[in-house]
Ligand binder design. Structure first.
Ligand code: PMP
Length: 377
């Protein structure tokens, strides 16, 4: 198998699986139980929390809520801030290429709660620049939500520059969906007021994630009940999953450079290969994350090529896994290129440090064969 769909999800790291099994077997108590066995689980949970904040350099300034993943973190961040700070203003700014788990709650705030949601277009590099954001900001803006790295084309937003613009306005918070950046692309975590991500994108387990937020921020809980996770996320904690994610994240943050040194040459090789291929257009800007490479096909149907690759045990995606069930149209590629045909026919290839150059070479050979076999559309 050649697995090039790591932006959809990654294989769990053996160390994370071991941690999950160990905690599940030896410390399965409820961290809210008031006895020694519960306290033991509580120590593991809080240890996981502190180790993540420590690895991100945020121990003094930020707090962390464990969630089921970035979708939940994004919902909690956006609605939690919007509802709690509604008296300050009802204006929120985002970009047109955010993940659906950012855009959908914002549309709900707009359509059902009277918020004004400003959706900024991206430029040809697939980003909103600090200059463009500055033009859209005003004193009634309470929240800006912009991703660190786009999940389809890999464009990298200038988090430092954008945060500086947001923080010129006293009332505004800066939320970053960092799902495709954590353990891949460093950005100034401390400049962000809220950071969302999922554990399964860097070798943790599915159903784990976190929302990191500045200590001074108050959120309106979106999930109420037993008051777990600082009262922001009720429900019995997944101690084993959270501990496994913390381990994978601390390991990943410590190996950012080494991992990038593995992935970047794979991306560059494939980029060179596609650049010379008739009928292939590159959608990922040169400055994109090395973990992602997005192309469009001009002569063949992308979904047919993706299926043909799958039949050869090679896995890529035609659009991001989150939207692929609706239709094979990439609103991200459409926004970036303004070309609907290109957006209907894109393929995303996404790497992990477990991939090899041999796999890339095999991919190229098989891709050539498939281009011969598949008829023109
Ligand atoms: N944001 C981005 C940028 C993503 O890539 C994803 C996962 N595709 C999510 C949010 C949602 O993550 P999850 O499905 O793990 O909740």
């Amino acid at each position: 198998m050649i697995y090039f769909d790591n932006a959809a999800t990654t294989e769990a790291l053996p160390s994370a699986l071991r941690k999950f099994a160990e905690v599940s077997a030896t410390s399965f108590g409820n961290p809210s139980s008031n006895h020694a066995f519960g306290h033991r689980a509580r120590r593991i949970l809080d240890g996981a929390r502190v180790s993540i904040l420590g690895a991100m350099g945020l121990k003094k300034s930020h707090e962390l809520v464990f969630t089921s993943g970035a979708t939940e973190s994004n919902n909690l961040a956006l609605k939690g801030v919007a509802f709690h700070y509604a008296a300050r203003g009802k204006r929120i700014i985002t970009s047109a290429i955010e993940h659906p788990s950012v855009l959908a709650p914002l549309m709900d705030l707009r359509d059902h709660f009277g918020y004004e949601v400003v959706i900024l277009p991206v430029n040809g590099e697939g980003v909103v620049t600090p200059e463009e954001l500055a033009k859209a900001m005003d004193g009634s803006t309470i929240l800006v939500s912009l991703m660190a790295v786009n999940n389809e084309i890999g464009s990298i937003f200038d988090t430092a520059g954008l945060s500086a613009v947001v923080h010129k306005f006293r009332k505004a918070f800066f939320h970053v969906d960092a799902t495709q950046a954590i353990c891949k692309t460093a950005f100034p975590y401390g400049d962000c007021d809220l950071i969302s991500y999922s554990g399964h994108k860097f070798g943790g387990l599915k159903g784990t994630g976190a929302l990191v937020y500045r200590q001074s921020i108050i959120l309106q809980p979106q999930n109420e009940g037993g008051g777990q996770e600082h009262g922001y996320r009720a429900g019995t904690s997944d101690v084993a999953g959270d501990a496994a994610m913390a381990l994978a994240q601390v390991e990943g943050l410590g190996e950012l450079r080494q991992r990038e040194a593995i992935v970047r040459p794979l991306n560059e090789e494939l980029r060179r290969y596609f650049a010379h291929k008739p009928g292939v257009l590159l959608n990922s800007p040169v400055s994109a994350s090395p973990y992602l490479l997005n192309i469009s096909l001009t002569k063949k149907k992308a979904s047919v090529v993706v299926e043909a690759l799958s039949n050869r045990d090679i896995y890529v995606s035609s659009v991001s896994a989150c939207s692929s069930k609706r239709d094979p149209f990439s609103y991200v590629v459409d926004e970036e290129t303004g070309d609907r045909a290109r957006a209907q026919n894109s393929i995303r290839i996404s790497f992990s440090p477990l991939n090899t150059m041999d796999e890339v070479k095999t991919f190229e050979k098989v891709f050539d064969e498939i281009l011969q076999e598949v008829k023109d559309r």
